[in-house]
Design a protein around this ligand. Structure first.
Ligand code: IDP
Ligand code: MG
Length: 143
């Protein structure tokens, strides 16, 4: 999910482009305003954290772009492209490392496991919003 700061800063294209060029297949994508209810569900695991309120207020402050991407080991690959949670520690070349300055404005969200991906996808998308297709370059992306 491209977070509100990245949408406001005009980084949607850059971020989508990085995922696309890596070879990840985008199978769903939408812009939406995250409601407080959705934000609380999405970040349920952080409910007891001191930053929970500011996190919910951040993610609901402007539109986001939610995506579902597929690929071999997609969860791990995306987390690697995204970089460390704190953009000040994220390596250059990663999305957070290249575009962020503050842990509370860290540009992008990425699911951390297949289980959380499944849970989060079901919060943001109806099954019929996820598209099945082949990318023409798949034979050249994978051995
Ligand atoms: P992740 O996004 O890298 O998976 P999580 O630990 O799951 O990191 O935290 C979820 C989000 O909560 C982070 O992306 C960041 O926006 C916010 N966050 C995490 N830790 C802090 C903190 O210490 N202060 C403020 N915000 C935080
Ligand atoms: Mg997380």
């Amino acid at each position: 999910m491209i977070k509100p700061d990245a949408v406001q800063r005009g980084l949607i294209g850059e971020i989508v482009s990085r995922l696309e060029k890596k070879g990840l297949k985008i199978v769903a994508m939408k812009m939406l305003n995250v409601s407080r209810e959705l934000a609380e569900k999405h970040y349920a695991e952080h409910r007891e954290k001191p930053f929970f309120e500011s996190l919910v207020s951040y993610i609901t402050s402007a539109p986001v772009v939610a995506m579902v991407v597929e690929g071999k080991n997609a969860v791990k690959v995306v987390r690697t492209l995204v970089g460390a949670t704190n953009p000040q520690e994220a390596l250059p070349g990663t999305i957070r490392g290249d575009f962020g300055m503050d842990i509370g404005r860290n540009v992008i969200h990425a699911s951390d496991s297949l289980e959380s991906a499944e849970r989060e996808i079901s919060l943001f998308f109806k099954p019929e919003e996820i598209v099945e297709y082949n990318r023409i370059d798949e034979d050249w992306l994978y051995e």
